[in-house]
Design a protein around this ligand. Structure first.
Ligand SMILES: Nc1ncnc2c1ncn2[C@@H]1O[C@H](COP(=O)(O)OP(=O)(O)OP(=O)(O)O)[C@@H](O)[C@H]1O
Ligand SMILES: [Mg+2]
Length: 286
């Protein structure tokens, strides 16, 4: 794509979606979790952050925009046989977006405040429906309308968007309408290069707040030095350095780590990022 064309496209996306995004609850924050490459820990980090934020008495929505390879529902023990409506149905005009939202607050196992809520908007797991998206695409503008409707109808405080890795139309959309963009990378040269591309795009799309998380960091690394290096490379704050955790590998996305191992270094880092997102301290016990 030529530089001028890219600039024009970015401007168009920005104008189109920023105007639309002014419709929703002004207090709600949209947080996109993205990485240039796959397997960095987006879905696990999103689910854990959602839990930490909800435990503080917030109403949190999670949209799985990884339509090609959905997965975050697994962390909430979501029974895929109960999946009657998905984000796909909304995008194809079969139902309103609220009909695709499932209350998964029970994943908090009774912890949190009376008003704590987590709603999950899953993507379809049906092979035919995934193939249809790949074949026909959909109107990404509808996705933005859907986000705003969710915030309004479910009275959300936070809407977290779990994304597909790499850059595509819905990634550009979610980046452009985010109040906060979290970019996740591993300490890996391929991730370092790819993240530079995404940081560049996020700046062009004028994302209000860009935060970086470095995940799967070996305990033998000096976290303070790594943080300084990454901040220096991208000129953006590192909100957290998450350790590579054997317990996390063992858990294998079968549960929400933060709730299972609240005192673990990984959970402490999640808590610290959650604090930065909500601007208040997060209780240590729940
Ligand atoms: N800090 C960590 N320590 C150990 N394992 C981790 C850590 N973070 C994530 N994982 C594991 O890495 C794998 C990928 O994580 P996850 O699915 O969250 O990544 P993703 O970025 O959403 O992947 P995709 O790009 O495919 O959507 C999972 O098996 C998860 O348990
Ligand atoms: Mg994922």
């Amino acid at each position: 794509m030529s530089g001028a064309l890219k600039q024009g496209m970015l401007k168009l996306i920005r104008r189109r979606f920023r105007i639309a995004s002014s419709k929703g609850n002004a207090m709600a924050k949209i947080v996109s979790v993205h990485s240039f490459r796959g397997g960095t820990g987006k879905s696990n980090s999103t689910a854990n952050l959602a839990a930490a934020i909800a435990l503080q008495g917030n109403r949190v929505g999670i949209v799985d925009t990884d339509i090609q390879s959905p997965g975050i529902h697994v962390l909430f023990g979501f029974d895929e046989n109960k999946l009657e409506r998905s984000l796909n149905d909304y995008l194809w005009g079969r139902c309103g977006v609220q009909a695709t939202a499932y209350d998964v607050t029970s994943a908090l196992k009774g912890a949190g405040a009376a008003c704590s809520r987590i709603y999950l908007i899953p993507s379809s797991l049906r092979a035919g429906e995934i193939a249809r998206v790949l074949r026909e695409g959909y109107d990404v503008g509808l996705l933005n309308d859907g986000f705003q409707d969710l915030i309004r109808i479910l009275d959300l405080d936070y809407l977290l968007i779990d994304t597909h890795p790499g850059l595509n139309e819905e990634t550009l959309l979610s980046i452009s309408i985010s109040d906060i963009l979290i970019l996740i990378l591993r300490p890996d040269q391929q991730d370092f290069q790819g993240t530079a591309v995404t940081v560049d795009i996020a700046r062009k799309l004028e994302v209000p707040q860009l935060l970086i998380i470095v995940n799967k960091v070996l305990a033998s690394f000096d976290f303070t030095v790594l943080k300084a290096q990454v901040e220096n490379t991208y000129g953006a704050p590192v909100a957290g350095i998450f350790p590579l955790s054997e317990e996390m590998i063992q858990l294998g996305s079968s549960d929400i780590f933060y709730l299972c191992y609240p005192d673990h270094l990984f959970s402490q880092a999640i808590r610290s990022v959650a604090e930065q997102l909500i601007g208040e301290s997060v209780k240590l016990s729940f």
